[in-house]
Design a protein around this ligand. Structure first.
Ligand code: NAP
Length: 213
């Protein structure tokens, strides 16, 4: 690596309730397409935008599932920073801490199409944009020109740097997986086997009692 080249690190943030192959493929596509050196998986601690998950797993279980899912990939690692903070966890704060601790790193925050369209509802988007480039997946059911318009708007408003990702579309969502499991349908091939084993062994997602910490 050239001496003056900054480390290029992707951040795959998520509620990961549970982590599934859609998340993993998105992160791997970002790694490959933008020559990233490493990807940090960042489970949200107490996400303000996902408060109502009556069937959700605890922060510890979500983090354990992420750790299992990424264990066999040498360029993926777990970033537990948001798990260790109290109160709501906001992306702008996480990026401030990371950039402060690693000034020689350039960060790329990986998001799906829905997150791009809702990005201006996030807290302090201008601070997020100062500290990272947004790597955004595109989706067939969302016209690309609408995403480009949104990207232009975010560039004007917040100086956002936005790049698009070419990733295969997998119609998988964590909400749908929780519902499938509760209804005794299999999660096999949707989540890594080790994650499915963890869900079964720990009795997750079987009832709608709130188990969040
Ligand atoms: P999530 O539901 O676990 O999803 C994580 C990411 O994976 C999202 O960007 C999502 O895109 C994408 N994704 C999910 N399923 C996918 C699939 N099948 N194929 C491709 N991509 C897929 O996590 P989240 O709750 O959206 O949170 C994402 C990050 O944004 C977290 O780090 C969270 O803290 C942050 N966030 C911060 C704020 C704030 O600071 N105020 C507000 C909102 C979110 P989609 O967006 O398209 O679903």
């Amino acid at each position: 690596m050239e001496a003056d080249r900054k480390l290029r690190v992707g951040i795959m943030g998520g509620t990961f309730d549970p982590i599934h192959h859609g998340h993993l493929i998105l992160a791997e596509c970002a790694y490959e397409q933008y020559q990233l050196d490493h990807i940090l998986f960042l489970p949200s601690g107490n996400p303000p935008h996902k408060q109502y998950r009556p069937d959700g797993a605890s922060g510890r279980d979500r983090m354990n599932m992420v750790a299992l899912a990424i264990a066999d990939n040498p360029h993926f690692s777990l970033e537990a920073d948001e798990m260790e903070r109290s109160g709501y966890t906001y992306t702008y704060e996480t990026l401030q801490v990371l950039q402060h601790n690693h000034p020689d790193t350039e960060y790329f925050f990986i998001i799906g199409a829905d997150s791009l369209m809702a990005f201006d509802t996030w807290k302090y988007p201008e601070i997020i944009c100062r500290y990272c480039t947004l790597l955004t997946a595109v989706r067939d059911d969302l016209p690309f020109d609408a995403m480009q318009r949104k990207a232009e708007e975010l560039k004007r408003s917040y100086g956002a740097k936005i790049l698009f990702l070419d990733s295969p579309e997998l119609d998988i969502s964590s909400t749908a997986l929780r519902s499938r499991f509760r209804n005794n349908r299999t999660l096999r091939y949707y989540v890594p086997d080790c994650v499915l084993e963890y869900i079964e062994q720990n009795g997750l997602y079987k009832d709608t009692q709130n188990t969040k910490e």
